[in-house]
Design a protein around this ligand. Structure first.
Ligand code: FAD
Ligand code: NAG
Ligand code: NAG
Ligand code: NAG
Ligand code: NAG
Length: 478
């Protein structure tokens, strides 16, 4: 066992997938070293403080009741009180009744999925009765079938699946445009039905599955730092500004070392890569490109998304202490963070954080064009309080964060391309939301991928130890 001191793990990350891998490895008695390219923790949950001390984020992030691994993580870190749970309802803006909202309220007294079905049946503003019935019948196989049924629906887009099940197009337009944009930042004609079914299964089959929580402040400090402190308390390390630029191989095709941007090399006995899939593909060694496990990653491509923050000169009255589905062409979900998030609380001025999607056609446009388009849509959501020319609420300032390649775009046919955490290369592992796990490309998925990755390494421990000892022996013979 004394050899454990030679036994380090190295990663290319510190997004949630990498942080989770390192956390669970540290819990298993190992001493991981995390390498993060940027000067900020969190990857897709990263955030920055501006000169006024206000935070702006890579994305508006919502935690769900149906996130068991994330909730365990909060519990293990002793930070449960940082999740601010909201009333159990989903609130949709009404495009044809500007300023009004329609709610799906989940009755607390009923078990799942009855509370979910009742929430749908009780809503009279968005769907007619015949539509609700067809919707419910169409979804029945999804509610009854398990994970295997769900994964088998990967071949169809949401729009095609709904048509096949006889669900009227209007239901797709009324409900699933908003859901598709919220889940994967694209429209139902592109999104794989599997994605919707996974969400519905998790959200509707657990009583509090679709209940939502906001973090009480900026994610790097409020969520990532406690994970880092935990890793360090167990002897692990986290290094920022350490971008991996090359994966160098041994003659047998296994990893020899990582080469960093500053030229230094990092050696180890096991290596985990937990970057976004697009970056891993760029750094994939030539010698591995023909291996099907890596070849299949070609199909996984990050989707563009934009996160907009606007600070207004006044408090907007027509918001809510919850997430709102805008149901407008360019915007997805949004929230008044001056109400929903403790650290951003302000009684006098609203800060709207909005996800701008689909963003394909906007990702290369200027910030001012994006703000103009956002204001035009906000004028429809807040007719009493906002107009596009700012004659009502005025913009004090804004921040825009563009992510040209965010989570992988969940088009039909992706599921078989998602890699297991254990690669065919001995001692090399992948983690991150795109790797195989039963949640979506989400914070929960990233955390679970890390847990699975750590489990695989722990299982392989004897094997990896044997390899290290052999190499040491060879080295001392030479
Ligand atoms: C706008 C937006 C809104 C979202 N909303 C939600 C939500 O409401 N709920 C939810 O559950 N999920 C949401 N997500 C998804 C969630 O953020 C991601 O699924 C999750 O954070 C991904 O974690 P990851 O570790 O897999 O990848 P990442 O967070 O991308 O981490 C990868 C890390 O690798 C680092 N890296 C890259 N290249 C290198 C290199 N060469 N060397 C070293 N390090 C490198 C990166 O800097 C990064 O820190 C949202 C995402 C976005 C963009
Ligand atoms: C906006 O809020 C105000 C004050 O609460 C209310 O009087 C008004 O009816 C709301 N507007 C809409 C369109 O809901
Ligand atoms: C390069 O970066 C690594 C990781 O952050 C650090 O440990 C090392 O000291 C750096 N090397 C040089 C030469 O700056
Ligand atoms: C809000 O306005 C009140 C009254 O003008 C002021 O006393 C208070 O300090 C303000 N609060 C913040 C957080 O700006
Ligand atoms: C945006 O610009 C980059 C760099 O010029 C280019 O590679 C990319 O294809 C553009 N994306 C879109 C969607 O136009």
């Amino acid at each position: 066992m004394i050899l454990i001191q030679f036994f380090f793990f190295f990663f290319g990350i510190s997004g949630l997938g990498g942080l989770s891998t390192a956390k669970y490895l540290a819990d298993a008695g190992h001493k991981p070293i995390l390498l993060e390219a940027r000067d900020v923790l969190g990857g897709k949950v990263a955030a920055w403080k501006d000169d006024d001390g206000d935070w702006y984020e890579t994305g508006l992030h919502i935690f769900f009741g149906a996130y068991p691994n994330m909730q365990n993580l909060f519990g293990e870190l002793g930070i449960n009180d940082r999740l601010q749970w909201k009333e159990h309802s989903m609130i949709f803006a009404m495009p044809n009744k500007p300023g009004e909202f329609s709610r799906f309220d989940f009755p607390e007294a009923l078990p799942a999925p009855l509370n979910g079905i009742l929430a749908i049946l009780k809503n009279n503003e968005m769907l007619t009765w015949p539509e609700k019935v067809k919707f419910a019948i169409g979804l029945l196989p999804a509610m009854l079938g398990g994970q295997s049924y769900v994964e088998a629906q990967d071949g169809l887009s949401v729009k095609d699946w709904m048509r096949k099940q006889g669900v009227p197009d209007r239901v797709t337009d009324e409900v699933f445009i908003a859901m598709s944009k919220a889940l994967n930042f694209i429209n139902p004609d592109e999104l794989s039905m599997q994605c919707i079914l996974i969400a519905l299964n998790r959200f509707l089959q657990e009583k509090h599955g679709s209940k939502m929580a906001f973090l009480d402040g900026n994610p790097p400090e409020r969520l990532c730092m406690p994970i880092v402190e935990h890793i360090e308390s167990k002897g692990g390390q986290v290094r920022l500004n350490s971008r991996i630029k090359k994966i160098e191989l041994n003659e047998d095709g296994s990893v020899k070392c990582f080469i960093l941007n500053n030229g230094s090399t990092i050696k180890g006995d096991a290596f985990v890569f937990a970057t976004p899939v697009d970056i891993f593909k760029l750094l994939l060694p030539e010698e591995w490109k023909e291996i099907p496990y890596f070849q299949k990653l070609e199909k996984l491509v990050g989707v563009p998304v934009i996160n907009v923050h606007i600070w207004f000169d006044r408090k907007l009255k027509n918001t809510s202490d919850n997430l709102l589905f805008s149901r407008s062409p360019l915007l997805s979900v949004y929230a008044d963070m001056s109400v929903t998030c403790k650290e951003y609380y302000n009684p006098n001025q609203s800060m709207l954080e909005l996800v701008f999607a689909p963003a394909e056609e906007w990702i290369n446009r200027s910030d001012s064009e994006i703000i103009d388009a956002t204001m035009k849509e906000l004028a429809k959501l807040f007719p009493d309080e906002i107009s596009a020319d700012q004659s009502k609420a005025k913009i004090l300032k804004y921040h825009i964060v563009k992510t040209p390649r965010s989570v992988y775009k969940t088009v039909p046919g992706c599921e078989p391309c998602r890699p297991l955490q254990r690669s065919p290369i001995e001692g090399f592992y992948l983690a991150g939301d795109y790797t195989k796990q039963k949640y979506l490309a989400s914070m929960e998925g990233a955390v679970l991928s890390g847990k699975l990755c750590a489990q695989a390494i722990v299982q392989d421990y004897e094997l990896l130890l044997g390899r290290s000892q052999k190499k040491l022996a060879e080295a001392s013979v030479v």
